[in-house]
Design a protein around this ligand. Structure first.
Ligand SMILES: [Zn+2]
Length: 366
């Protein structure tokens, strides 16, 4: 988003910004995949750069432990699968968090060079190892989902690192921003659903940077607390991953074909007026949702968990119909995940003929 302000109008900027935000509680959560000592180190590191270095190191520790697990396999060991999965998950958590801190560091104009270097090195080492595990790791069917997730997180992080290393060079931001007393401000996705006080704090940070004023500590802490909260990080990672991926048009799944389904629903509920975006199935099963319409990529992606013989077509149709309603009522952000559906939207959704039946069935899809 874009907002314009003139000097000294913190409140105006904050007001403009808060118009686009829906309040969402951001309660800092404990990172369950870090040990107590690791969490302490992250907290004590204070600045973003050193924190990235730490996350990269913690990610590396998980990889080493994984290598150890596979080098010392005891056939009688019942808990190995759990350990391996939890190591892979916590690796992905570290990588996600490190990558997300890149944005924050750039946003706060902190020096994150060391962090970028450390993360880059970690990715370079981990990615081929994980890909190798995916191709020929022992017992790989017992951790495949988490491994795919981790590989994806690593590839996403690699892109973020590359982007960050370009944006890190100190640009003449201040002069450019202040030309003709007009400031152009772009806020990151981090703030899209942030509570209003956080957005106000962000606005104050930006203005403090522009006018080289000291920022009150409580504002800085408020923003930092939000930006570093685990819930925020996961939220961003989730959105970024689902949204950023452009799929190929592949409506024909193994059991369900989305194209004729779309055409029939279009005739029945939209008088045939809806244009057809790209349709396809997710590459792997999602845990959190059945479908997603992304207006920026103009695509509907359906959870491939639904592409099964034992899922009746009316259940798939309800999800597709739901996503088609998002096509009809476009939002700026991807209609994946967290945005609320209006009462009208929900009412329209219930026009679907087998609504209750489909809902009941979907409750039991895992
Ligand atoms: Zn929706």
């Amino acid at each position: 988003m874009r907002a314009i302000t003139t000097p000294g109008t913190v409140l105006l900027l904050a007001a403009v910004l808060s118009n686009v935000s829906a309040a969402r509680a951001a309660i800092p959560q404990k990172k369950e995949y870090l040990s107590e000592a690791e969490a302490d180190k992250i907290r004590d590191a204070g600045m973003t750069g050193p924190r990235i270095v730490l996350y990269a190191k913690f990610a590396g520790d998980r990889i080493k432990k994984l290598q150890y697990e596979f080098a010392h396999m005891d056939p009688g060991d019942q808990k190995r699968t759990d350990r391996v999965n939890s190591l892979i998950n916590s690796y992905a958590g570290c990588i996600d968090d490190a990558a997300d801190l890149l944005d924050i560091g750039i946003e706060k104009q902190e020096d994150i060079r060391e962090g970028v270097k450390a993360l880059q090195a970690q990715i370079k080492e981990a990615l081929p190892y994980l890909q190798d595990l995916a191709a020929k790791g022992p017992e790989r069917e017992t951790y495949k989902d988490n491994l795919d997730d981790a590989i994806e997180a690593t590839q996403d992080a690699a892109k973020d690192v590359e982007k960050a290393s370009k944006e890190m060079a100190p640009p003449p931001v201040r002069r450019k921003r202040l030309r003709q007393e007009t400031a152009h401000v772009r806020l990151s996705d981090i703030l899209r659903d942030a509570p209003v006080p956080v957005i106000e704090a962000a606005a104050a940070i930006l203005l403090a940077q522009m006018y080289r004023r000291r920022l009150p500590a409580e504002l800085r802490d408020l923003y930092r607390q939000f930006a570093l909260a685990h819930s925020t990080r996961r939220h961003i990672a989730r959105i970024r991953r689902k949204r950023a991926r452009r799929i190929a048009h592949n409506p024909r799944g193994a059991s369900h074909d989305l194209e004729p389904m779309f055409a029939a629903l279009n005739l029945e509920y939209f008088d045939g007026s809806l244009r057809c975006p790209r349709l396809g199935w997710s590459a792997r099963p999602w845990r959190s949702q059945f479908g997603c319409f992304d207006p920026s990529l103009d695509q509907i992606v359906m959870n491939n968990r639904l592409d099964r013989e034992d899922v009746p077509s009316y259940a798939v149709e309800l999800i597709l119909y739901h996503e088609m309603l998002h096509v009809k009522h476009p939002l700026r952000a991807a209609a994946c995940g967290l945005q609320a559906h209006s009462t009208e939207f929900r009412a329209e959704e219930k026009r679907f003929k087998q609504y209750e039946r489909a809902r009941k069935f979907l409750e039991h899809v895992r």
